[in-house]
Design a protein around this ligand. Structure first.
Ligand code: F6R
Length: 249
């Protein structure tokens, strides 16, 4: 685990984008795992800038999103399908057939989860981008999720629904279920980059780095992955024992 500390969200976003850009330059047909939420928005803005500046192209990049809400239409403004188009896909040259987002069609969820899973196993991600929930979730692998899970339907934690209600008009509108890559899918990625900022993430970051693996903070499993880079701001790093801006284990 390599941990880099930056001043604030903007610095984290720039550094994380530089990391992703390097990977795309090295391998133009990168298979990239994507996250939604507030954490990667700045990173995506910097990727769009690099695309506009002619530094990278997404023509050959293939993407797999971590998760999607169940129970709202894919065109609902708060679906992760809409999020990805708004914050990234509509601004770059990625061919639509290269984009994979878990389908949330209620009719055949188990089958869809299996299909998403099978597709990922045939396309091992070179790099997975992650955020982290206040409760230590990655993807929507909530506390108590099995470490051996592959893509599955999850009942969202109360904390997660409260945290995400900021995007909806009311807490009642936040879906209760989601489809998510399991921990096993996430761990199957060759490289992982996790970004976080703000005081509210400090406990989750502390438990991810020093906590018991598995336990109540699913992100702690990342201690066992061979190639994880954590990029966080000072507030999110406030509980780590860092004497410089870099820490490695
Ligand atoms: C999103 C996802 C979640 C978020 C996490 C942090 O696709 O899988 O794990 O990364 O909830 O969300 P933000 O960045 O909004 O604090």
């Amino acid at each position: 685990m390599q941990i880099y500390k930056y001043k604030d969200y903007n610095e984290v976003s720039k550094a994380a984008a530089a990391f992703v850009i390097r990977e795309i330059v090295k391998k133009p047909n990168l298979i990239l795992g994507l996250a939604t939420g507030t954490s990667p928005i700045g990173l995506y803005q910097n990727l769009i800038k690099a695309y506009n500046d002619g530094i990278i192209s997404f023509k050959e990049v293939r993407t797999f999103n971590l998760d999607e809400y169940v129970g709202i239409d894919k065109f609902h403004p708060q679906s992760y399908h809409s999020f990805m188009h708004k914050y990234l896909f509509d601004h770059i040259d990625i061919p639509p057939q290269n984009i994979n987002i878990p389908s949330n069609d209620l009719k055949n969820m188990e089958q869809l989860a299996k299909e998403y899973n099978d597709k990922m196993f045939g396309n091992q991600r070179d790099l997975q981008i992650l955020g982290i929930g206040k409760n230590g979730h990655i993807g929507f692998n909530e506390p108590g999720s099995r470490l051996g899970n592959m893509t599955f339907i999850v009942k969202l934690d109360d904390q997660t629904r409260i945290d995400n209600s900021r995007f909806f008009d009311s807490l009642e509108e936040v879906p209760h279920y989601a489809i998510t890559m399991g921990i096993k899918n996430i761990m199957f990625s060759k490289k992982i980059i996790l970004i976080a900022s703000g005081e509210a993430k400090a406990d989750a970051i502390f438990e991810m780095v020093y906590g018991d693996v598995g336990g109540q903070y699913p992100a702690s499993i990342l201690q066992l992955h061979p190639d994880v880079t954590i990029m966080i701001d000072e507030a999110a790093a406030s509980r780590l024992e860092m004497t410089s801006n870099y820490l490695t284990f």
